[in-house]
Design a protein around this ligand. Structure first.
Ligand SMILES: [Zn+2]
Ligand SMILES: [Zn+2]
Length: 266
C-alpha cells in the first residue's frame, strides 16, 4: 500500500524533510499548473474531511497552521471525482472502468491517510486523558500524609476535651488556682490547634483540591471538569470549540475505521 510506504518514509525522514516543503507563508500555488491530487504537498485530511489543524485554531490547543496545502478547489475536485465515481459504480452494478479503478484507489488511499492523521491525534488525547486521570488520584504518600494530619488533629481535639473537663471540674470543686493553671494550658492548646488546622487546610487544599472540587476528566477531550460546576458552565464546555473538535475527530475516525474494516474484509 503506497500510503503505508509513505508513512514509513515519513517516520524515517520526517514529513517536511521528505517532501522538502516550502513554508506555508512562502508557498504560492501556481495558477497555470494545478497539482495532481496525489501530490504530497496537498493535505489529504483537508480533502477528505477536516484537517485537525483547522479544528483548534484560536484555542489553547491551537496546532498552528497545517504545513500542507488547503485549497478549496482541490477539495471540490476530489469530492466531485468521488461523487461521480460512486454514481457510475451504482449505475454499472459494480463494474469499474480503469479510470474508476484509479479513483477508487485514490479515495481509499486518501481516506486511509486521513484515518492515520486522526488516529495520531486521538491517541495523543487518549494519553492526555490517562495522565489527567492519574493526576486526580492521590499517591499513597499523599494519602499517608492526609491520614497522619487527620489523626493528629483528632488527638489534639481529645486533649482539648479532656482539659476543658478538668477546668470545669476544678472550678466546681472551688480549686480556682489549679483551674486557672489548667485554663491557661487550655488556651495554649486552642492556639496550637488553630495554627495546626490552618496548616492542615493548606496541605489538604493542595493535595485534595481535585477531590474537593470533585474534578473529573472529560473522556472526549481530556479537559478537567468539575461536577460542582453549574449546568451552564458544563454546557459551555460541551459546546466549546476544543471539545467539539474532538467529537468531530472521533466520529470521523469511527466512520473511516468501519469503512476500512469493510475494505480489508473484501
Ligand atoms: Zn492539513
Ligand atoms: Zn470535553
Amino acid at each position: 500500500m503506497a500510503a503505508e510506504q509513505r508513512l514509513v518514509l515519513e517516520q524515517l525522514f520526517g514529513r517536511d524533510n521528505l517532501y522538502n516543503l516550502p513554508s506555508q507563508s512562502s508557498y504560492r500555488p501556481s495558477r497555470s499548473q494545478p497539482l495532481n491530487l496525489f501530490d504530497n504537498r496537498i493535505c489529504k485530511s483537508f480533502l477528505v474531511g477536516t484537517c485537525p489543524h483547522d479544528l483548534f485554531s484560536g484555542t489553547k490547543e491551537d496546532m498552528g497552521r497545517c504545513k500542507r496545502i488547503h485549497l478549496e478547489k482541490y477539495k471540490i475536485q476530489y469530492e466531485s471525482e468521488k461523487r461521480n465515481y460512486e454514481k457510475r459504480l451504482e449505475a454499472s452494478g459494480g463494474k469499474l472502468s480503469e479510470d474508476d479503478k484509479r479513483i477508487q484507489r485514490m479515495v481509499e488511499e486518501f481516506e486511509y491517510d486521513y484515518m492515520q492523521d486522526l488516529e495520531y491525534h486521538i491517541n495523543e488525547v487518549a494519553h492526555k486523558i490517562v495522565v489527567a486521570e492519574d493526576n486526580l488520584r492521590h499517591t499513597p504518600e499523599e494519602q499517608q500524609k492526609i491520614d497522619k494530619i487527620t489523626k493528629d488533629l483528632d488527638n489534639m481535639d481529645i486533649r482539648i476535651g479532656l482539659v476543658t473537663q478538668e477546668v470545669d471540674l476544678l472550678t466546681k470543686k472551688g480549686q480556682l488556682v489549679k483551674a486557672l493553671i489548667e485554663s491557661n494550658k487550655l488556651n495554649e492548646l486552642l492556639e496550637q490547634r488553630n495554627k495546626f488546622s490552618k496548616s492542615v487546610r493548606e496541605i489538604t487544599d493542595k493535595i485534595g483540591q481535585a477531590n474537593q472540587q470533585k474534578l473529573e476528566v472529560c473522556s472526549v477531550c481530556g479537559a478537567y471538569l468539575s461536577r460542582l460546576d453549574s449546568d451552564r458552565r458544563l454546557a459551555d464546555h460541551f459546546t466549546g470549540k476544543i471539545h467539539l473538535g474532538y467529537v468531530t475527530m472521533r466520529s470521523e475516525l469511527s466512520v473511516l475505521r468501519k469503512k476500512r474494516a469493510a475494505i480489508t474484509k473484501k
